[in-house]
Structures are given as C-alpha cells and as structure tokens.
Design a protein around this ligand. Structure first.
Ligand code: ADP
Ligand code: MG
Ligand code: ZN
Length: 475
C-alpha cells in the first residue's frame, strides 16, 4: 500500500510595527548591533513591559484574514528557558489562550482548491540574535522584543507541494495586510515543519519529527521530501521514527538530529503577572474587519470578471497587492485591458525583475503605462517599439508619446512604404522566394526579417508577412 505524508507548519512572522512589543525601542532591521535596546527589552530587574496596541491590531487583522475566531479574552504567559539570546530567561508568549483560533486558508493546487486548517495565531516577543565567529560568539539584542505572530496550521497538508502552496498563500495574505514583509532572507518569516508518514487510508497519525533551520520555501519543500523518504525507509526496515527536532542542512540537503538533551523542554508556562489580560470587544474586531483590504483570491476573481482577463493574468497580477493596485490604476483609461495585463506581465515585470526594483519605487506613473498600452493597441507602435518605450520610460520617467516622437518609433503602417520594402526584399532574395514557392513556407520569415530591418524595426510584422505572401503568390 502507498504511503501518505502528514504535514503541519509553524510559521513565525515578524510584525513591522514602528516599535517593539513591550517597550518603545525602534523595530528596525539592519541597525548597528545593540543600538535599539533599553532596560525593558534587555531584561533588567524591576522594569515593566507596556503592551504595544498596534501589535494587537495586526494580530486581529491576520486572525480575521485567516478566517479565525478572535478571542474576546486572552492573555500573555511566560515561557521559561535559559539561552544567551534571551536576557530575561523567559519569553513573553501566549500559551493556552491565544488571540485567534480555528481558521483556515484555501490553497490552490493543480487539481483544485484545498482547505488547510489554522489551529491558532498567537503573539509573542522575538529573542536576540547570536552571531558565531571563530571561537567566539556575539549577541545582538536589537531583535529582542520585536513582535512576532506564530501561526500554527493543522496537520492538513499531504505533500511537500501542498506545504509550499500553503506558505505562498500565507505570505501573500500577510503581505496584502501590510503587517510584515515576510522576507525569509531577512528572517521576518521563519518556518518549522512537522512531518509524519502513514499508510494511505489509515486514520491515526505516525510519529512526527520537527524540522528547523529552514531558510527558503524551496528549502522547506526539499527538507520535507528528504524527511518523508527517511521516515518511510526507517519503517520499511522495521525500525521506528524517533520523535525529535532535526536541523536542515541546506548545503548537504539532509536533516540531522539534534542532541536529545536539548529536546527535554519544560517551559513552566504561567501567566505574566506584569501584563493585564487582553479584552477585545466586538466593536474592535469589527473595526479591524472593515479595515481589511480586498484579499488576494477575491481580488483575483474580481479582476478576471471586471477586466475580462485570463485566470493566469489575474493570478500573476494579484500576487502582490502593489502590482494589483498599479494595474488597476494603469487600466483605468485603457481601451483594451487584456493588453494592459499583457504588457505588465511580459514587459514591465521582466524589467522590474532585471532592475531589481519594486513597483512602488518606479518613477513611471501608472497612467503612462496605460497610455503606452493604447499606443500599442492602436498599432501606433509595434511590440519591439513598445518595449523600447517602456525601457526609456523606466530610465527617464518621460511620457510615452514624447519618447515615441523623440525616438521616431511610430510604426510604419503606410501601405505603400511597406510595399516598397517588401518588393525590395523579394528582389534581393530570389533563392528564398524559390524556397517558399517549393513549399518551405517558413522561408517567408527571412523576408519578414529583411523588411523589419528596412523599416528599422517599425513595421508591423504580422502585416508584413501577409503582404509578402500576397506579393509572392500573385507575382
Ligand atoms: P507539539 O505539542 O508537539 O508542539 P502541536 O499539537 O502543537 O504539537 O502541533 C505542532 C505542529 O505539528 C502543528 O502544526 C501540527 O499541525 C503539527 N502536527 C501535529 N501532529 C502531527 C503529526 N503526527 N504529523 C505531522 N504534523 C503534526
Ligand atoms: Mg507546539
Ligand atoms: Zn527596548
């Protein structure tokens, strides 16, 4: 019988609030070590934490976007353990009464949509960061007290691909909310993966292992693939899977067990006596709900029907909220929205990717893109010229009409001019014409190329082709 994997993910997301969760230190990435610290986040004796309400707002928004029930009463607990990156020797977290529970997200797979349960979302503070050198370790406390949300899924995923799709959706939703950039490279999204296997058709779960030290979505997928194989071969060899935490070694593409001593945790959770319980009333929740942006899947569906673009176009454009916003701005006055989607996906995104710039930082107003789309759609510029205009626009911020004029990019659609070029190409290439006549239909493409050259790239290749065929066949 076939094996089946059971996967549940624990994701930590750093919130991008201006200040930390329990003090007024700045929450910023990349500052000099130990510059954003104070007695509270350094855990000096006698100090008191003060809860940053912005963290609650972000947590409630995430909870709602993940279709969770928001707790009207929740609290903070201390999770006690000793480690050099944790100056208080306890982390303030939420244990048995998290801010949000029982939600789900719908992920899109090749064979349809699948619902993945969200067990809970809770708030906690981040620990510091250890930096290991040769025979020496440093600690940077800038990160202690940075607000985190921990989002725990139900064990509902059945393959590494599903886990990957879940992470992509989760990141997309959180980025739409604007509460975190979810950048795994910067550590603002971290993921631990729990995995077990069982025979297909079985109801109970097998023994799980937890994989840590994952630093990309692809790494999560690869680590799960590795771990599934490892579990299966252990069981098939008559051995048992040991419940443990394992570390992913990306350079060797394997998981390795941590020493089991580090596993024996007893965190002695208890309510933090320095913080009041959180009472969240309905009105507050509704205020948060009404401030949610249109979520990715809803927006995708709307763009598809409103602008009559394809599933694929809508999916790509809605990957990022900023892209969808830009598209809707650009498309406002455009006659052919399909072409606008086309230009954004095939030309603009390619350019942004090459230049490594974000759409927010682009110096081209969205309506310039719309105007370029119209020029293209009306046949005033061809594909090649449209791309040239786009590049020039990104370089200089000039308006599309001006670039077309300055660079003389107006498409030659003057029939007599085109015919002149076509006749010239035919006369100069009798052999190619013979090839075409003897059945090599593709030979005409060479002639199209010649005409494009003669028109200095400004002809419409489709028209040129039709014209050449007509001329050759009537000669
Ligand atoms: P623990 O108490 O060990 O932390 P939890 O119940 O809190 O376990 O679950 C932690 C994560 O592990 C969740 O994402 C959950 O979906 C997942 N999980 C729980 N049991 C299994 C299992 N048998 N196989 C795979 N994942 C599991
Ligand atoms: Mg747990
Ligand atoms: Zn501080």
């Amino acid at each position: 019988m076939a094996w089946e994997a059971v996967i549940g993910l624990e994701v930590h997301v750093q919130l991008n609030t201006k200040t930390k969760i329990f003090c007024s230190c700045r929450n910023e990435f990349g500052a000099d070590p130990n510059t954003n610290v104070c007695p509270v986040c350094l855990g000096f004796p006698g100090v008191l934490p003060v809860f940053n309400e912005k963290v609650l707002e972000s947590a409630v928004k995430v909870g709602l976007a993940l279709n969770c029930h928001i707790a009207s009463y929740s609290k903070f607990d201390r999770k006690n353990y000793f480690y050099p990156d944790l100056p208080k020797a306890y982390q303030i977290s939420q244990y048995d009464m998290p801010i949000a529970e029982d939600g789900y997200i719908d992920i899109v797979l090749e064979d349809g949509v699948k619902r993945i349960g969200i067990k809970r979302v809770h708030m906690e503070e981040d620990a510091g960061k250890l930096i290991h050198g040769q025979g020496v370790s440093f600690v940077d406390y800038n990160r202690t007290g940075v607000p985190l949300l921990e989002i725990v899924s139900e064990p509902d995923m059945r393959s590494p691909e599903e886990a990957y799709a879940y992470l992509v959706s989760l990141k997309q939703i959180i980025r739409y909310l604007g509460v975190s950039d979810c950048d795994m490279e910067k550590g603002s999204l971290r993921c631990d993966a729990n995995i077990s296997v069982r025979k297909k058709g079985e109801d109970s779960f097998g023994t799980k292992t937890e994989i840590k030290n994952l630093n990309s979505f692809k790494g999560v997928r690869a680590a799960l693939e590795y771990e599934i194989k490892r579990h299966i071969s252990l069981i098939e060899a008559g051995e048992k899977v040991v419940q443990e935490t394992r570390l992913w070694d990306a350079s060797r593409q394997i998981t390795q067990g941590m020493r089991s001593k580090e596993e024996a945790h007893d965190y002695r959770y208890f309510p933090d006596p320095d913080l009041l319980p959180l009472v969240v009333d309905k009105e507050y929740v509704e205020r948060c709900r009404s401030s949610l942006p249109e979520m990715p899947s809803a927006r995708e569906a709307r763009l598809k029907s409103q602008y009559n673009i394809t599933d694929y176009d809508a999916m790509v454009i809605c990957q990022e909220k900023d892209w969808a916003d830009y598209f809707e701005e650009a498309v406002k006055s455009v006659r052919n929205p399909k072409k606008c989607a086309n230009l954004m996906i095939t030309m603009l995104f390619e350019q942004l990717n090459e230049r490594q710039v974000d759409i927010k930082d682009v110096n081209v107003p969205a309506d310039y893109i719309g105007r370029l789309v119209d020029l293209w759609d009306e046949g005033k510029v061809n594909n090649v010229a449209a791309k040239q205009v786009l590049i020039e626009m990104l370089d200089t911020g000039k308006a599309p009409e001006r670039i077309v004029e300055e660079k003389g990019l107006l498409q030659v659609s003057d029939e007599s001019k085109l015919e002149e070029f076509a006749r010239e190409a035919i006369e100069k290439n009798p052999k190619v014409v013979d090839d075409y006549r003897s059945g090599k239909r593709n030979a005409v493409m060479f002639l199209v190329g010649q005409v494009m050259k003669l028109s200095r790239g400004k002809a419409n290749p489709q028209k040129v082709r039709e014209l050449l065929v007509r001329l050759i066949e009537t000669q």
